[in-house]
Design a protein around this ligand. Structure first.
Ligand SMILES: [Zn+2]
Length: 226
């Protein structure tokens, strides 16, 4: 993390720039004009240690009452800017600038369960389709055999009976099939579960691996932890 801290030209609020993200702190006109627009730079070494550095040597920066050009500091140090010693709200700034991260690993399981269940429903539908075609096939085959051979004619009744049985089984399966309800429930459940753990936004019917490639939540912009 590297922050550029200074006075916002338009509002005279404290302005903190993190990469391209600009955050303003405090009331309008709360920052005196002896704080430059780009006054100092704050670089994180770790969670609690930072280096504060004047951007121009003409700027004045104080650490615990001592004027510095560049100094290693912690959260607890008192930082002031400019000759009029504007108190820098360091803790507030660090709190605001905390990286916005969200762990979406639990969604991997949600996605896998959803796609498995969806495939199972589709396979069942495929099986139903197949079952409805077998009797037609048997009937046609029976007709063909009868036409071809005298001797098979007495057995044609067997084909018809088998075809009817399969047909009846197919009707039973379709009549008892709750695939549509199941699919509807599954979809609702998925829309409840496949959401950003931070802001709760539904992340869409997108494969988990593709989701990770998106890098951040389209709602709260939290970055996904890889
Ligand atoms: Zn979010």
């Amino acid at each position: 993390m590297e922050l550029i801290i200074g006075r916002d030209g338009a509002t005279a609020k404290l302005k903190v720039v993190n990469d391209t993200q600009v955050t303003l702190f405090g009331e309008a006109a709360s920052v005196p004009s002896d704080v430059s627009r780009q006054h100092c730079q704050l670089t994180a070494i770790n969670d609690n240690t930072f280096v504060i550095r004047n951007i121009k040597s003409a700027n004045v920066t104080w650490v615990n009452g001592v004027e510095v050009q560049s100094k290693r500091i912690t959260k607890d140090d008192k930082i002031q800017l400019g000759q009029s010693r504007f108190d820098l709200p360091l803790e507030e700034i660090l709190e605001q600038m905390k990286p916005n991260l969200v762990d979406i690993k639990p969604l991997k399981q949600v996605w896998e369960d959803y796609s498995k269940a969806t495939i199972a429903i589709r396979k069942r539908q495929q099986m139903n389709n197949l079952l409805s075609r077998i009797p037609i096939f048997l009937t046609m085959l029976g007709g063909l055999l009868i036409a071809l051979s005298e001797s098979i004619r007495p057995y044609s009744i067997t084909f018809t009976v088998i075809a009817l049985l399969i047909m009846a089984y197919g009707f039973y399966r379709q009549a008892t099939d709750r695939a549509i309800d199941k699919q509807e429930r599954l979809k609702k459940q998925f829309q409840r579960d496949y959401v950003c753990p931070k802001c709760g936004r539904f992340l869409g019917t997108i494969d988990y691996d593709l989701l990770l490639q998106n890098n951040n939540c389209p709602g709260c912009k939290a970055r996904y932890i890889k």
